[in-house]
Design a protein around this ligand. Structure first.
Ligand SMILES: Nc1nc2c(c(=O)[nH]1)N[C@H]1C(S)=C(S)[C@@H](COP(=O)(O)O)O[C@H]1N2
Ligand SMILES: [Mo]
Length: 312
């Protein structure tokens, strides 16, 4: 099997890190459009269609110990291997992904298997905003205001059977829209990931449809992605098309490509090397600050109980 190495290189060109580009919430954005004389007609269609959903109310339960990453940076420094391994190019190539219409098929060990239209799914549950950190195994991190709903809400809708133990998440297979799926046809596309059912049902596991108070941009995983902030970033699968409930641990994209380098659980843990590299510190892509990396990415008070062995 070919040895694929994810290029590191959190260094971003100085011009991408300019602080002039600040996080604009939708109201300010609209005000800015108004000031520019554009008014409602100037609003892109994708904002109009879901305009009443964003920004959603922030859930104050999730706080940050560092500033929110400048949106200009977090939307130009992306890992999305279906398109390219060049972080700054992802946004240019991801424009080809057709995100409307989009369905998510839920199948496997559930009492109510069904296909969800994402434009309806986002109206099924109240959306909320959460400030989460994301830690990539490439030793960079960011802090993002995601909008979405708890994975648990969807799980409750489809009603897992008693023998369901794992959840497999699958991304799209569209070589005609995704350059690397054409260039690297021998890879085990589509990209897939997995969680235990207990992890997927945990309150922190979040299905994300927006960021920075508007719909997700394509390069960040439109129209629906996962955010599991206590695990390395690669577990937070983007552009999900299917969710399958299984009794046994599912294969994942990276465990198929590099079986020795990517273990299934992938909780952030500074005491363990990952991909051969120490994971003790991380560089914030927004500020350039180097922070110590914490066990469970600092979310131990939420999730540690999931991994403690039952007392005898
Ligand atoms: N479908 C898909 N999802 C993916 C990836 C990918 O290549 N394809 N990369 C992962 C990795 S390695 C990281 S660090 C995060 C990056 O998310 P961001 O670009 O929104 O920062 O997405 C994850 N989800
Ligand atoms: Mo990553």
């Amino acid at each position: 099997m070919a040895h694929i190495r994810i290029p590191r290189g959190w260094e971003i060109p100085e011009r991408l890190a300019t602080p002039e580009h600040v996080y604009l919430n939708r109201r300010k954005f609209l005000a800015a459009l108004g000031a520019a004389g554009l008014g409602a007609a100037g609003i892109p269609r994708r904002l109009r269609a879901s305009g009443d959903l964003y920004p959603a109310k922030r859930n104050p339960a999730y706080t940050l110990d560092r500033p929110i990453t400048d949106e200009f940076v977090s939307t130009r420094y992306n890992n999305f291997y279906e398109f390219t391994h060049l972080k700054s190019e992802v946004r240019n190539l991801a424009v080809h992904l057709q995100t409307e219409p989009w369905t998510v098929q839920v199948s496997g060990l559930v009492h109510k298997p069904q296909v969800f239209d994402v434009s309806k799914l986002v109206r099924r549950f109240p959306l909320e905003e959460r400030l989460y950190r994301l830690r990539c195994i490439e030793a960079w991190s960011m802090a993002v205001p995601w909008t979405g709903f708890p994975f648990k809400a969807l799980i409750d809708l489809v009603q897992p059977m008693s023998d369901a133990r794992f959840v497999r998440l699958v991304s799209f297979l569209r070589p005609e829209e995704a350059l690397n799926q054409r260039l690297l046809p021998s890879h085990p596309w589509p990209h897939s990931q997995g969680l235990t059912l207990a992890e997927a049902a945990h309150e922190l596991a979040f299905l994300v449809t927006g960021m920075y108070g508007h719909e997700l941009p394509k390069q960040n995983g439109a129209p629906i992605r996962l955010a599991v902030p206590w695990k390395y970033g690669f577990k937070s699968l983007k552009s999900i098309v299917a969710i399958e409930f299984t009794a046994t641990q599912p294969h994942t994209f990276w465990s198929d490509v590099q079986p020795h380098d990517f273990h299934f659980t992938a909780n952030v843990d500074p005491s363990e090397r990952y991909q051969g590299e120490p994971q003790t510190t991380e560089t914030d892509i927004g500020t350039g600050d180097v922070h110590p990396t914490f066990l469970y990415n600092g979310y131990g008070s939420f999730v540690a109980h999931l991994y403690e062995k039952a007392s005898p």
